[in-house]
Design a protein around this ligand. Structure first.
Ligand SMILES: [Ca+2]
Length: 287
């Protein structure tokens, strides 16, 4: 089956490049074009991430050379991450540019550039993603008394904390059952409405700013360093599980289905929530 496919593919190249020899039997031409076969080398490699604002143009070039010139095409989405994966219709030779004049919510996704060797059928891939920049921060003029921002981006716990601080916010710590329920609702709404949310179809945990990294089993609010007075643990949690690290689990994440908490490993990459406190209390807790 594979051989037949190759014959057809390479014949197409032959026909387009050497029209005058189109009448020569395909089998002969195939061996001719692959005689000095040189396997494809990716020469224009997309960046790992393109961070944009909605409405921005985006141009991602993926190029490769080889003898004969390889096919290059794009796949949008990732079956195991977003549930949806489709090959984009255009197949180019040598170079393919993914160009979006104005990025819409629908365009925010994973993309894979595929370089296909037309003589052997082998492929090489380069993955990239388009992500929307999160610009939320506490401001004097904000309309809400307080708010959360859920950031749908994979970060380890330390980097998530840093992101909240750099955006002039706290790392989210629900301080009561009511606030925990409201954060859970926010997370669930945001998953569907945020352009980056679709990348988390199979991811259930969201980082919170709670840790027992200083004193084991003494969970504190990372923003204040003080002990927490409210928690909402999953059954049998916290358990300080040591399977993947000898120090156990020192930071906390919320299950986005139930709103319950689990202590976990800070090196795992997860989405996270930041919090802008009520205006009246700003400056007390914040420094
Ligand atoms: Ca645990």
């Amino acid at each position: 089956m594979r051989l037949i496919l190759l014959l057809v593919q390479c014949a197409a190249v032959v026909l387009s490049q050497y029209e005058e020899v189109a009448s020569v039997p395909v089998r002969t031409e195939r061996s001719h074009i692959c005689q000095e076969h040189d396997q494809p080398v990716i020469t224009q490699r997309p960046e790992p991430v393109y961070e944009v604002d909605l409405g921005d143009p985006v141009k991602i070039t993926c190029g490769a050379s080889g003898i004969p010139m390889p096919y290059v095409y794009w796949i949008k989405g990732k079956k195991d991450m977003t549930d949806k994966e489709e090959r984009l219709p255009v197949t180019a030779v040598g170079q393919s540019v993914l160009y979006l004049a104005s990025v819409e919510k629908e365009d925010v996704d994973y993309y894979t550039c595929v370089v296909e060797d037309c003589c052997t059928g082998t492929i090489q891939t380069v993955e990239t993603e388009i992500t929307v920049r999160n610009r939320a921060e506490c401001t004097r003029k904000q309309s809400a008394d307080f708010f959360w921002v859920v950031v749908w981006e994979y970060k380890n716990w330390t980097d998530a904390h840093l992101f909240c601080k750099e955006h002039d916010m706290e790392f989210a710590v629900p301080r009561s059952g009511e606030l925990n329920a409201r954060l859970l609702t926010k997370i669930q709404e945001s998953l569907g409405s945020d352009p980056n949310g679709k990348k988390f179809a199979h991811h259930n945990m969201v980082w919170l700013g709670v840790t027992d990294g200083v004193v084991e089993w003494g969970f504190t609010d990372i923003n204040t360093g003080r002990p927490i007075h409210y928690s909402n643990w999953l059954p049998k949690q916290p358990d300080n599980w040591k399977k993947y690290h000898k120090e156990g689990q020192d930071v906390v994440a919320m299950d986005r289905v139930s709103g319950e908490w689990d202590d976990s490993y800070g090196f795992w990459k997860r989405p996270f929530a930041c919090w802008c406190p009520p205006r009246r209390s700003r400056g007390n807790r914040r420094n």
